[in-house]
Design a binder for this molecule. Structure first.
Ligand code: SF4
Length: 219
């Protein structure tokens, strides 16, 4: 894991590179953000935005979602991966929100993770992006990129989240989550990280190890 001064420099470079980027998901309420985040698992934000544009126009809140049968919702989201499971979970979540929370999305992680199909990562996205609470949601990009660079050195998303919270100032948690996602999408890709154009090359532990093996930026 990188030492604190280097972590600071990495964060400054990420900030300079990605600035005030937020989520690419389009939503108008915490409920819509929650549904979009559930849909986005194993799919792309672009694909999710494509279907939610019409979906949220006709069904903007949990109450209106309850007018849909599982089959009807499946039909509307069938271009998304795992759509059958997602349709069931989204409707069960909408029902719980209406019955238990008066149609509002709760604002604590403990309550959020009790909603059907909502895990810690989704809960953290809602807390951080929807409610501006300090949280670091560790998705596949954040996990890969932060462990490659050396902002964390952990084998699970939970441990990575813990280490990132220790290594990154609290006020930057939310922004850092987005920086790492954008960096993972655009440069530090899973299969072929583009180390040759990466502004973090001088700091990155993965790059040092790979370059040391004479395989600069190819794996
Ligand atoms: S140097 Fe390569 S592995 Fe390291 S962060 Fe940049 S793209 Fe990712």
């Amino acid at each position: 894991m990188l030492e604190k001064p280097k972590i600071r420099q990495v964060l400054d470079i990420l900030k300079e590179t990605y600035g005030h980027t937020g989520t690419a998901l389009k939503f108008r309420s915490p409920f819509q953000l929650l549904v979009s985040t559930m849909l986005a698992a194993q799919s792309t934000d672009k694909q999710v935005n494509k279907i939610t544009r019409d979906l949220y126009r006709d069904y903007p809140d949990p109450q209106s979602f309850l007018k849909l049968s599982v089959e009807e919702l499946e039909e509307k989201i069938k271009s998304i991966g795992l759509y059958r499971n997602k349709a069931r979970n989204i409707l069960a979540t909408a029902r719980m929100l209406v019955e238990k929370y008066g149609g509002k999305v709760p604002q604590t992680r403990e309550e959020l993770v009790k909603l059907p199909g909502v895990g810690r990562k989704t809960a953290n996205v809602v807390l951080s992006v929807g409610f501006n609470h300090d949280a670091i949601a560790v998705d596949t990009h954040v996990f890969r990129v932060s462990n490659r660079i050396g902002l964390a050195k952990a084998s699970t998303p939970e441990k990575t989240e813990q280490q990132l919270m220790e290594n990154i100032p609290r006020e930057e948690w939310s922004a850092a989550h987005h920086w790492l996602i954008w960096h993972g999408r655009q440069i530090c890709k899973a299969q072929n990280p583009r180390c040759e154009i990466c502004p973090l090359r001088d700091y990155c532990e993965y790059y040092r190890q790979v370059a040391g093996n004479g395989q600069e930026g190819t794996s």
